[in-house]
Design a protein around this ligand. Structure first.
Ligand code: MOS
Length: 695
């Protein structure tokens, strides 16, 4: 079966469940030693002394590396990777030393015993609106402009029939993939071989090449199996730099894995955000003005500015518009990408505000969105490659049973439960990044496709084999696929929901080139290959606006006595171009929506303002939605054809499921209770004192 769209099972599924698939840390080269990072127990501070000798005297300890004697790294344009280069400490949890020992247990014990003395300073770790350190960066993440302005927002607000003006917040959230970051690094004869849990080893090679000053050709990074990432493995993190540094220094292979606790400081996380949303509507419900002013935090060693307001630039028609981003560099770990960076917090804010406006104007929230649907991109004026948001809303409303919904909040009861429903829209950019691939016809009639794509659990390996089989016109079981090693043809990261589009294009192009060659060439003993690169094709793409869209519907129940919130059912309808494997796609959408429920109700990094650290840095105290929290989640998609994307026709599905899902839940909580909670996560304490007595 090779048909695109078919629900093929993951090709590596059996290998994974039988343990045959090897994750990075499961590689144990001969003679290897173990490294354990020592994390700062003080925030913003300076190291005065480290008692290295006491730990070096312990049996089994091989080395202790500190900023006093670590090798100097070249700047790879990421302050977080400049590990052990300075005795200044930027945040609590930053790596201040690395212990290397013959066993994992010894390394851990020695790291615990290493005495580090700090000179501490005043800690400034709490982001708030109006924080004096907020400033306008030159640009925000993914290269988007910091501020935009169209028309005159103040005039629109002054002339509006109805105005919504509220601030919404999202907390620090932590990427919590099943597999923590892990590296196994081996130097031999000047060559560097690395097993690394990474969303993109081609870019890891480039960064290691810069940091360590060796040619990229002398580095191989292997990431064949990766246990999730959500963005935290989209760029190298300190673990790989530390392991490579240690391996070079001790002259033996080094294994290093983060503990779950280390993930909270050293993996990157979603910054807390505040979004002030202002909506100005005319009497008919059409928006005259839309403003989104966002703030977020970064660390003092790397500027990372979440593009929180970017999604508001594309969602609704309104002649007067304004967006801004401000960031504060605080004494905190460096934030990084987490599934739908920008869109997740930004759309929680915007889609909550739209719900508030709908109530204020007495317009159904689905209809208000339809009413404000733009004909072209509202800020740039560009044509949409395709936009079926209204179809998602309409189809979702019908399937969910939205019709006849009583708009009044807090009036439906089912025994001890208040019941409500909510809706929110989703969008995510449909991107594509240059990649290359090679497809080989073998003498035995089978085919080999090679591309340094990364399968972080998504099913990428399987989908790319399907694309190849489709283009070659053969069954998928005649296609061997090799991915996840940097020696394969270069490819983009598994990020920005752009993996399948980017790699699929390269694989498709190489396959078609091979079909051409096979027309008049025989297959020699060592096979016949064709390679392709998509850089020029992408350069030549038309300048249109490309996004995927979706609509979330949620039903929640709130316990009258305790304020407990349970999501009883959810439906997501998506328009994401061509769906290439219905099984793995459904899993991606459900995963994104689950993460939305998790963000709406549970995930909450709690900053300890005194010590400058997220106090709940483990999975016992930082709750991620578990099976019992996840309701009946249904997913549908439109059969969308968009010929302005890429030859495989998909828009990307990894992130859009997470966008807007939290807003749909929040809007349902409001509809159930009449209590509008503008700060995530929504927890019982925000509701319980406002709830009526059970009678
Ligand atoms: Mo994803 S946050 O684009 O790796």
């Amino acid at each position: 079966m090779s048909a695109l769209g078919a629900p093929l099972r993951r090709l590596e599924g059996t290998a994974k469940v039988t343990g045959a698939a090897r994750y990075s840390f499961e590689h144990t080269p001969d003679g290897c030693v173990y490294a354990w990072p020592v994390q700062s127990t003080a925030a913003m501070s300076r190291i005065i002394a480290i008692d290295v000798d006491a730990v070096l005297a312990m049996p089994g300890v091989v080395d202790v590396i500190t900023a006093d004697d670590a090798e100097r790294l070249e700047d790879a344009d990421d302050g977080e990777l400049m590990v052990l280069q300075s005795s200044n400490v930027a945040y609590r949890g930053q790596v201040v030393a690395l212990v290397v020992a013959e066993s994992l247990e010894t390394a851990r014990e020695a790291a615990t015993r290493l005495r580090v003395d700090y000179q501490t300073g005043d800690v400034d770790a709490v982001l708030e609106p109006g924080h004096p350190k907020l400033y306008a960066p030159d640009e925000v993440n993914a290269g988007f402009p910091t501020d935009t302005s169209v028309g005159d927002i103040d005039q629109a607000l002054a002339q509006a029939h109805a105005v919504v003006d509220h601030t919404y917040s999202t907390p620090a959230q932590f990427n919590s993939p099943m597999e923590p970051h892990a590296t196994v690094a081996t130097w031999s004869d000047g060559r560097l071989d690395v097993f690394e849990s990474s969303q993109g080893s081609s870019s890891t090679v480039q960064i290691l090449s810069t940091l360590f000053g060796i040619p990229a050709a002398d580095i191989t990074v292997d990431s064949q199996h990766v246990g999730g990432g959500f963005g935290a493995k989209g760029s190298p993190r300190p673990n790989v730099v530390l392991a490579v540094m240690a391996a070079r220094r001790v002259g033996r292979p080094v294994k290093l894995a983060y503990t779950r606790q280390m993930m909270f400081a050293l993996a990157g996380y979603r910054t807390p955000t505040f979004s002030r949303i202002r909506l100005a509507a005319g009497e008919d419900g059409r928006l005259l003005g839309l403003a989104h002013d966002a703030i977020s935090q970064t660390s003092t060693i790397e500027e990372f500015t979440e593009q929180t307001a970017e999604s508001s630039r594309h969602m609704y028609a309104a002649p007067h518009r304004s967006t801004s981003h401000r960031v504060a560099a605080l004494d905190v770990p460096t934030p990084r990408w987490m599934r739908a960076p920008g869109e997740m917090p930004g759309m929680f804010a915007l889609e909550s505000a739209i719900d508030e406006l709908a109530h204020e104007m007495g317009i159904d929230p689905v209809e208000l969105r339809v009413l404000n649907e733009p004909a072209s991109d509202p800020e740039s004026g560009k044509d949409f490659s395709s936009r079926h948001l209204v179809d998602c809303l309409r189809r979702g409303a019908a399937a969910f049973g939205w019709e006849g919904r009583d708009p009044a909040p807090g009036v439906r009861r089912d025994g001890r439960w208040l019941v409500g429903t909510g809706v929110a829209s989703a969008l995510y950019p449909a991107m594509v990044m240059p990649s290359s691939a090679r497809v080989t016809a073998r003498r035995d009639g089978d085919y080999l496709v090679e591309i340094n794509a990364a399968d972080i659990g998504t099913g990428a390996r399987t989908v790319l084999a399907q694309v190849t089989a489709d283009r070659l016109g053969v069954d998928v079981d005649r296609v061997d696929i090799r991915i996840g090693v940097s020696s394969l043809p270069q490819a983009s990261i598994a990020g920005g929901s752009a993996g399948t589009a980017s790699w699929g294009w390269a694989v498709s192009k190489a396959s078609l080139a091979l079909v051409d060659r096979l027309k008049d060439e025989a297959v020699p003993d060592d096979g016949l290959s064709a390679e392709a690169d998509t850089a020029d094709d992408i350069e030549a793409m038309a300048d249109v606006d490309r996004h995927a869209y979706g609509a979330h519907f949620a039903e929640v129940r709130v316990d009258l006595d305790s304020g407990e919130i349970a999501v009883s059912r959810m439906l997501g309808v998506f328009a994401a171009g061509r769906i290439l494997n219905s099984r793995t796609a459904r899993s991606q959408f459900i995963g994104g929506m689950t993460m939305g429920v998790s963000g709406a109700l549970h995930e909450h990094g709690v900053m300890d303002a005194v010590h400058g650290d997220y106090a709940n840095h483990d999975l016992a105290t930082y709750h991620v939605a578990a099976c019992a929290d996840v309701p009946d989640i249904r997913v549908e998609w439109l059969d969308e054809h968009d010929d302005q994307l890429n030859p495989v026709g998909g828009k990307g599905i990894g992130e859009i499921g997470n966008v807007g899902a939290a807003a749909a839940v929040a809007n349902a909580v409001w509809h159930a209770t009449g209590v509008r909670v503008r700060d995530l996560p929504i927890q019982p304490d925000a509701l319980v004192r406002h709830l009526p007595m059970r009678g």
